[in-house]
Design a protein around this ligand. Structure first.
Ligand code: SAH
Ligand code: SF4
Ligand code: F3S
Length: 443
């Protein structure tokens, strides 16, 4: 195949966006584009964007300003904005940023070749049409930035949960599941190519559902089928919504040692009244019940979460409930954010963003410092234990050390002269930091 045009993709946001960038690279590889590692050598730069918080969008606006200079130097350079921010802000992107030649939303990537044709002849081009059926299921992603060991597979797109703070249902559209056969084929192909870890992706994987000719497939069955490809293949998934986390899913994990002992279950808040305001459709007690169910069947399972500080109407008492829930679980890891109003969402239309910025910041600080304590405590508990680690490569901190992850998704750094990337090795933990386990290779 002739590949004489250079494409650079810069990705922001969630793992689904990273997975989409691989789909975009694949679609454009059919169109004579090959990906390059540096923006400076590209003919086309695509910025795959995220809208989930204001900060995510600000970063992209800043990046676009930087690209002005690059375009001045190279007037033939074309720049496209794709992804969630493209979906949300097409007109604003064209109006504010003269460098933007092309805008494409998350369901319009098959149209990129014709949009590129249009901009090559000097016009600006856009497609932000959302779809009810696009899953790109037949597109074989180009894993252009891969370590050759871990890969992501999108199993569904969109979200219809409409959490009141969240922009995703508006940028990604209706929820739709991908044909399971295409998922299994992709997973099998990856395993045969040497990949040893697959993460199944969706905004709420628990509501994965596929039906054809009277046959149906739900998420636990799909997960089991991927795990059964080979015991040497580790399987992860993200993300689960607590309202849909079923006993059947927990049982499925317990029956498959190669489904990782790590569940990401975004709680957002520990207060039932805030959860109601967020339209999360569960209570504090329901969340605790799901955690207890996980612990009963999977005692060594790590639990991570997302937390929002300072949502509309959040009182100090609500905030204390978040802190107490964090301790009760206790979470091994968390992504923590200040609430950021997103236009078009239910919260923006119906509620007042009434927690002062300084209070939001203070609450977030407390949440982060508690989580640091919990993460360190969780890691300290692992000292003396032996874990099976999937080796990913040489450690960033020292060329004499290797790094990998255990089933709980914790990063493990260890000395070894024999371990090779893609292999499983046993490591005994001897010390830790809040973010890393440190150990030695045992035979
Ligand atoms: N579908 C996933 C979340 C995807 S968005 C889930 O429900 O688990 C990732 C995280 O961003 C959310 O869990 C939430 O914690 C955070 N987030 C989303 N909208 C936000 C907003 N407006 N302000 C602050 N954080 C937000
Ligand atoms: Fe957003 Fe809620 Fe959907 Fe997650 S489940 S993407 S937080 S609307
Ligand atoms: Fe961001 Fe879109 Fe993902 S808003 S979090 S890139 S689905």
């Amino acid at each position: 195949m002739k590949t004489d045009k250079k494409l650079f993709i810069e990705t922001y946001g969630c793992q689904m966006n990273f997975s989409d960038s691989e789909i975009v690279a694949s679609i454009l590889s059919e169109n004579d584009f090959s990906t390059v590692d540096e923006a400076s050598s590209a003919d086309l730069i695509l910025i795959n964007t995220c809208s989930v918080r204001d900060k995510a969008e600000q970063r992209v606006w800043k990046r676009l300003k930087e690209l002005r200079a690059m375009k001045k130097k190279n007037p033939n350079l074309k720049i496209g904005v794709i992804g969630c921010m493209a979906e949300r802000l097409k007109d604003q992107l064209f109006e504010t940023e003269a460098v933007v030649d092309l805008v494409a939303g998350p369901d319009a990537y098959r149209d990129l070749p014709s949009l590129i044709d249009a901009i090559t002849s000097g016009q600006r081009a856009a497609n932000i049409q959302l779809s009810i059926e696009e899953t790109y299921e037949d597109v074989e992603p180009v894993r252009y930035d891969s370590n050759g060991i871990s890969a992501f597979i999108s199993i569904m797109r969109g979200c219809e949960n409409f959490c009141s703070y969240c922009v995703v249902p508006f940028t990604r559209g209706k929820e739709r599941s991908r044909n399971p056969e295409t998922i299994l084929n992709e997973a099998e192909r990856l395993f045969n190519e040497g990949y040893r870890e697959i993460t199944l992706l969706g905004q709420n994987v628990n509501s994965y559902h596929w039906e054809q000719d009277g046959d149906s497939m739900d998420f636990p069955r799909l997960l089991a089928s991927v795990a059964e490809i080979n015991p040497l293949l580790r399987v992860r998934f993200t993300t689960s919504h607590p309202k849909d986390l079923s006993d059947k899913l927990i049982e499925t994990i317990s029956l498959h040692p190669n489904i990782c002992r790590s569940i990401h279950l975004a709680v957002q808040s520990g207060s039932t009244s805030v959860l109601e305001q967020m339209n999360r459709k569960y209570t504090r007690e329901w969340y605790m019940n799901r955690i207890s169910a996980i612990k009963a069947l999977l005692p060594d399972c790590a639990i991570s979460t997302d937390i929002i500080a300072g949502f509309c109407g959040e009182t100090d008492k609500d905030h204390q409930q978040t802190l107490s829930l964090m301790e009760w679980v206790p979470f091994d890891y968390a992504f923590m954010f200040k609430y950021s109003v997103r236009s078009g969402t239910i919260a923006e239309k119906k509620f007042t963003d009434d927690v002062p910025e300084a209070v939001k910041a203070e609450r977030l600080k407390e949440i982060i410092s508690l989580q640091q304590k919990l993460s360190l405590r969780s890691n300290k508990k692992d000292i003396g234990k032996v874990f099976e680690v999937l080796v990913e490569g040489v450690s960033k901190k020292s060329v004499h050390s290797m790094m990998g992850r255990n089933s709980q998704n914790k990063v493990v750094v260890f000395e070894s002269s024999t371990s090779k990337p893609g292999e499983y090795t046993l490591v005994k933990i001897t010390s830790c930091t809040p973010a890393t386990l440190i150990g030695e290779h045992v035979n």
